[in-house]
Design a protein around this ligand. Structure first.
Ligand code: C5P
Length: 245
């Protein structure tokens, strides 16, 4: 009897139902490299309803009044890992991995501030974490099932960023260019680019790279099929499986 109990405990420690143990995909790359578009292209190809994009933008730390002033003058460094609250990100990811709901902060680029409200995430099948530091923190790397680095030429990144920041993030061109050369570009070489070394795949040409996108999607589907099979076996083991179901 004792032996069966032990086996049961061991089994339980290794088994997780399909709604937990979400598959995590990390997409890192330069600002303006097309990480978000790539994430959406993967989602379109996956064609699954329960997929979430978690943007690392959500985790920019709260600033004190002096830092806010510097931020509005494009003199604050948002491109060093210290600018981000990795502890909060890790907590959110751990919650999701263990099938719990979690509250994700909401960030305003226009205000350089974390807002009061949060977004609730309930266990999705797949989560895509995208951000310049998606492959930076060891604790995050340990949880990722697939690590992608989006590659793009610097001039393409800069021009995309200019258009977006002016249109969507309430910035002006002079400020954007100043911030690019003071922080974004040097820190890309210092912190962002080295993440290529821990990536499983490096994706050039972003959403035009149909082969890379379908490879990622195929692999995710394979993993989900395996999880579903394991769950059926578990139900059978518990005597809850009906052959006609
Ligand atoms: O979406 P993307 O990956 O480009 O977002 C990251 C960029 O956002 C960083 O390069 C950082 O300079 C910028 N950022 C900003 N203002 C903030 C927070 C981040 O310009 N308040």
């Amino acid at each position: 009897h004792e032996r069966v109990g032990n086996e049961d405990r061991i089994h339980k420690a290794h088994y997780s139902p399909p709604w937990a143990n979400t598959s995590f995909i990390g997409v890192a790359g330069s600002s303006g490299s097309g990480k978000t578009s790539l994430a959406y292209a993967i989602i379109r190809e996956l064609n699954l309803p329960w997929v979430v994009i978690l943007s690392m933008d959500s985790y920019y730390k709260r600033l004190n009044p002096e830092e806010v002033k510097a931020a509005f003058a494009n003199k604050h460094d948002f491109d060093a890992p210290e600018a981000l609250d990795f502890d909060c990100l890790v907590q959110n990811l751990r919650d999701i991995k263990t099938g719990q709901k979690t509250e994700v902060p909401v960030y305003s680029f226009e205000k350089h501030a974390r807002l009061e409200r949060t977004t609730t995430i309930y266990s999705p099948h797949v989560l895509i974490l995208e951000g310049i530091f998606a492959l930076h923190d060891e604790r995050v790397l340990d949880m990722l099932d697939m690590k992608i680095f989006a590659e793009a030429d610097a001039d393409l990144c800069l021009s995309r960023r200019l258009v977006r920041d002016v249109r969507e993030r309430g910035r002006d061109i002079e400020g954007c260019i100043k911030q690019w050369f003071a922080f974004v570009k040097p820190n890309f070489h210092k912190y962002v680019e080295p993440q290529r070394n821990v990536a499983d795949i490096i994706v050039p040409r972003g959403i035009e790279n149909k082969v890379a996108i379908s490879m990622v999607s195929d692999r995710v589907h394979k993993t989900l099929t395996q999880k579903s099979r394991m769950h059926q076996l578990e139900l059978k083991r518990l005597g809850k499986y009906s052959e006609d179901a």
